[in-house]
Design a protein around this ligand. Structure first.
Ligand SMILES: Nc1nc2c(ncn2[C@@H]2O[C@H](COP(=O)(O)OP(=O)(O)O)[C@@H](O)[C@H]2O)c(=O)[nH]1
Ligand SMILES: [Mg+2]
Length: 513
């Protein structure tokens, strides 16, 4: 039997996705009463599709409405190939293009285009548009009403499947399981059931799994694939998992099930290689929406050089190196681009030559993927001692003791929250200060020079958004730090003449002219 694959629909609202899946599988994926009443898909729908070769596909039917692109992304994540619909009487429309951008961001490049509703209009123009937008894919003219072209579509899907590798195809050993949850419900007598597309590994009855980001251990009571009980389900398909030890309220869409021993961990920060559509490249510091797995979160993008960006998230995602991300604009919502996770657990850092070199090596797969905080490992940190002038700071060259270097790393990692008890102003801190790597912000607070530069940039940006001034509470919230740290930082920037205090506000001096 061929390895499992998952197909996702795509296409503008009303272009016949759901009708086509019904014609192909007999399943009406619009199962909610409000979906049936309104005649539109709101949630993800699921079906199983048998092809002439005997191959069986999992199908995820997505909504096409522009308000539900986020649901589409959650459904498209983890699919192996697409079925894009373009209505013959309508042609390429905005969500045809946006779904195409999401598929490209997720690197789902294999699929078939169905030009639908050929009983209503001549398919000629839509077929030409399809070949322009998806030059590598077959386009088939179909009618879900009469069934015309449906057999040809099945055959085209079989040919497309032959070109993709299943996530279940891997040499031994089987990687740890990873399932991004898209649905949670209860079955009377069975308890909590979660479903999702199994990205990696396999899940079987009796397995111990961990729910992330909660960090809860659960046990698998049963596994189903397309309503059939199975002992063990390999990756690449839709899987329903019956869990014990967890109430339905304790788990939801966006959470991740991983095999015990998996190195995947929740993370608020990822170093990524991103690509944007022409004219869609965001500026350093932009706030965007990040979609990963079935989870999404707002984040700031910090440019690291080249195509590398540090994504700083407001809520954690559960990433592994090599995972795809989609980047969307928050308002008005639009898909800007996407990319790949290069380091799922990086320290907080800005751009530098060393960072760029390290990321390029990681992206080329030359250094082992970083395994996560618990092992304390990091991307290859520069081993060559950097002189202050190399770091663009000028000044004297100070030889740092290996402990001072460890302290510097600690300060770097800390970002906004220096954990260093600098009440004791020891020799190492003094050496770091002298070398231009640490800055004393108050009697008891030292910051790494890179972290401070970044905080300064965020302060300026916040003030610019705010008519030229910030309050203590605003900076505290922006940085997600404590009142104490925000106070010390503002006093520091006042003394540095970045800002000047006017009552409760700290006004940007450059705005005062
Ligand atoms: N005449 C005709 N109508 C179709 C065809 N396919 C879908 N429809 C109708 O178009 C509308 C939208 O179809 P639907 O599958 O819900 O679109 P979706 O939003 O892409 O899932 C429904 O009223 C369908 O009955 C077709 O091939 N011919
Ligand atoms: Mg639909």
């Amino acid at each position: 039997m061929s390895a499992p694959l998952t197909l996702g629909t795509a296409g503008h609202i009303d272009h016949g996705k759901t009708a086509l899946i019904r014609a192909l599988t007999g399943v009406d994926t619009d199962r909610l009463p409000q979906e049936r009443a309104r005649g539109i898909s709101i949630e993800l729908g699921y079906a199983s599709l048998s092809l002439p070769s005997g191959r069986r596909l999992s199908v995820v039917d997505v909504p096409g409405h522009e308000r539900f692109v986020r649901t589409m992304v959650a459904g498209a994540t983890g699919i192996d190939l697409f079925l894009m619909t373009i209505a013959a009487d309508d042609g390429v429309m905005p969500q045809t293009r946006e779904h195409a951008a999401v598929l490209e961001a997720l690197r789902v490049r294999t699929g078939v285009v169905a030009v639908t509703k050929i009983d209503l209009a001549d398919p000629e123009v839509a077929l030409i548009e399809a070949s322009e937008l998806f030059p590598g894919s077959e386009a088939v003219a179909v009618c879900a009403r009469t069934g015309e072209g449906i057999d040809g579509l099945r055959a085209a899907l079989d040919r497309a499947c032959a070109a993709v590798e299943s996530r279940g195809d891997h040499g031994p050993p089987t990687p740890p399981a990873r399932l991004h949850i898209d649905r949670v419900f209860t079955i009377r007598g069975a308890g909590t059931v979660v479903t999702g597309t199994l990205w990696a590994g396999a899940i079987g009855r009796g397995d111990q799994l961990e729910v992330l980001p909660q960090g809860r251990r659960v046990r698998v009571r049963g596994v189903q694939v397309h309503d059939q009980q199975v002992d063990r389900a390999p990756a690449g398909q839709r899987v329903a998992v019956n869990l014990t030890g967890l109430a339905v309220a304790e788990i939801g869409r966006g959470d991740v099930l991983v095999g015990v021993g998996s190195e995947v961990r929740p993370s608020y920060r990822v170093d990524t290689e991103l690509e944007f559509a022409a004219n869609a490249e965001p500026e350093h510091g932009s706030r965007v929406q990040i979609h990963h797995g079935t989870r999404e979160a707002p984040a700031r993008l910090a440019w690291l050089g080249g195509r590398f960006w540090q994504v700083r998230l407001e809520q954690p995602i559960v990433p592994a190196a090599g995972d795809r991300l989609v980047v969307r604009q928050i308002a008005p919502p639009d898909t800007l681009g996407g990319g790949v996770v290069v380091d799922p657990q990086p320290r907080r850092h800005g751009p530098s030559r060393d960072v760029l070199v390290a990321l390029e090596r990681l992206a080329r797969g030359e250094a082992p993927p970083v395994s996560g905080r618990e092992t304390g490992s990091h991307p290859p940190t520069p081993t060559a001692p950097r002189t202050p002038s190399e770091a663009g700071m000028g000044g004297v060259q100070v030889k740092l003791s290996s402990s001072a270097i460890a302290l510097e790393q600690q300060l770097r990692d800390a970002g906004v929250e220096p954990p260093v008890d600098s009440e004791v102003d020891d020799a190492d801190l003094a050496a770091l200060r002298e070398a231009g790597r640490a800055v004393r912000v108050s009697k008891v607070l030292h910051y790494h020079v890179d972290a401070l530069a970044e905080i300064r940039a965020r302060l300026v940006e916040l003030a610019e958004r705010n008519g030229g001034a910030v309050t203590l509470a605003q900076l505290r919230d922006e940085l997600g730090t404590s009142r104490k740290f925000a106070q010390a930082l503002l006093e520091h920037f006042d003394s540095e003449k970045v800002t000047i205090r006017r009552g409760d506000e700290h006004v940007l001096r450059r705005r005062l002219g």
